[in-house]
Design a protein around this ligand. Structure first.
Ligand SMILES: [Zn+2]
Length: 463
């Protein structure tokens, strides 16, 4: 319907994340065709619209943005042999299982991950699909995602450096480089939409320094820049990776990226845990973004990324739940909480005093929320999402404050949603369209999806 309007009003608190970080009491917003036309106190907004939602008793926030995921891994959560091992062993355990996936597995897992994300407050998700077994294509993910309705930044991942050439993955899951580049171009031409309000963007994302060749990385960067799409990869996740890069390429991971022209405003790296002071300055100077994945880094024992140092240096930082085999969930609000807690643990371990005048060293709930909203938007190169401002997309979430989890914390509802037990959201709206209402996916049979997903997962593990 053209010219469709939506009005939300009477929210106890509306958190804008605008330049002034306004937190409006008794607030609301008015949007037309998916874009915000007015934000402010309810009394200053139009009286009616095609859809009117009264949010008394709720806090309203910009939709959360996920900057790193592997949706397909929802099929292999908590696999026994991969529970208690570090990244390289975890990957070697899971590669052969992932090699059995079908296009239908990609579709089912995409819907599962996006449902979890939507219920946890996410309105834009980046995903990194880097193996395409048994005829799978990125198209399977993009088509399945359109059924859920979140914005998708679909990263066309790739692996080309198999074991026989000194890489980590078995040769059975790596692809021919000429084909990877041809398919990347096809996907950009078919799906990439750079316009404001875009629902699908394509990203080129060779998987990691230990699973692709430098030549593929360099060629991917040339192609991405020709078409104005972003570049993404895993970087500086573990000490194993650092040792691999030093031995094989003679560089630390970031130095290797610099040698391949893989730095710039159009590049964001997942993890960036093992990064030194000089390298943080390179990120800041070049404009590289970081997808911070605290749960995964703890789960795999990888370490704790220097998030506060990145932020102090002016580096763009967003939050990623990472793949569901190393989290093993896709709850974005919970991940923002983990980011806050891990930054505090790291500060403590680095010797910062946790009391008195040094207490400003602690990472705050509002800082963490910034990463999950405007931080994520800047990492993904988007100016049209991440805050509730006139002209931006009508992507927002609402959480009912009258619940057990927040009891006793309502003197600061913003802090409550980060400090208290993470909850699912009551309302999730993307581009003015309702995705979640009353903590339920609308127009979508979640019970059937859970049934299909469990069947697909058990088949994958028993084959
Ligand atoms: Zn990852």
């Amino acid at each position: 319907m053209k010219n469709k309007t939506i009005l939300i009003k009477n929210a106890d608190f509306l958190i804008t994340m605008d330049g002034h970080r306004r937190e409006i009491r008794d607030g609301g917003l008015f949007a037309r065709d998916g874009f915000i036309e007015q934000v402010g106190p309810s009394s200053e907004l139009p009286e009616t619209a095609d859809e009117v939602i009264d949010l008394k008793g709720h806090i309203v926030l910009p939709g959360l943005i996920n900057t790193h995921h592997h949706f397909y891994q929802t099929l292999t959560r908590a696999v026994p042999a991969a529970q208690d091992v570090n990244l390289f062993h975890w990957l070697k355990t899971l590669y052969p299982i992932w090699a059995r996936m079908t296009p239908e597995d990609i579709r089912i897992s995409t819907k599962t991950a996006l449902s979890e994300l939507a219920l946890s407050g996410c309105t834009t998700a980046s995903d990194h699909l880097y193996l395409f077994p048994n005829g799978s294509k990125l198209d399977d993910e993009i088509e399945a995602a359109s059924e859920i309705g979140l914005r998708l930044h679909a990263s066309r991942g790739s692996m080309s450096l198999g074991e026989s050439k000194g890489g980590l993955p078995p040769d059975s899951v790596v692809d021919d480089e000429e084909y990877i580049l041809k398919d990347s171009l096809r996907l950009i031409q078919r799906y990439h939409d750079p316009k404001p309000g875009s629902k699908v963007q394509i990203v080129l994302a060779p998987c990691s320094p230990f699973s692709v060749t430098g030549e593929l990385m360099a060629q991917s960067a040339i192609l991405a820049r020709e078409y104005g799409v972003q570049l993404h990869t895993h970087l500086a996740e573990t000490q194993d990776e650092e040792a691999f890069c030093l031995e094989k390429f003679g560089y630390r991971p970031l130095g290797y990226m610099q040698s391949l022209d893989w730095v710039g405003n159009d590049v964001w790296f997942a993890h960036s845990v093992h990064i030194n002071k000089e390298e943080i300055q390179v990120y800041a100077h070049e404009g590289c973004g970081v997808a911070h994945c605290p749960s995964s880094n703890m789960r795999l024992g990888s370490g704790a990324a220097p998030i506060m140092d990145f932020i102090k240096a002016g580096v763009k930082v967003g939050i990623g739940v990472d793949g569901s085999a190393s989290n093993d969930g896709s709850h974005l609000l919970a991940e923002a909480r983990q980011a806050m807690l891990l930054a505090r643990l790291r500060a403590g371990l680095m010797g910062a005093s946790l009391s008195g005048e040094d207490s400003e060293l602690l990472f705050t709930a509002r800082q963490s929320l910034e990463l999950a909203t405007i931080g994520g938007a800047s990492v993904l190169g988007r100016k049209d999402i991440g805050s509730l401002e006139v002209g931006k997309c009508a992507d927002f979430i609402a959480i009912n404050l009258n619940r057990l989890e927040f009891t006793g914390a309502l003197h600061d509802p913003v802090a409550a949603i980060l400090f208290c037990q993470p909850v699912n959201v009551d309302l999730n709206i993307v581009h003015g369209e309702i995705i979640v209402k009353d903590q339920q996916m609308v127009n979508f049979d979640l019970q059937k999806l859970i049934f299909d997903h469990n069947n697909a997962a058990s088949k994958l593990l028993s084959d």
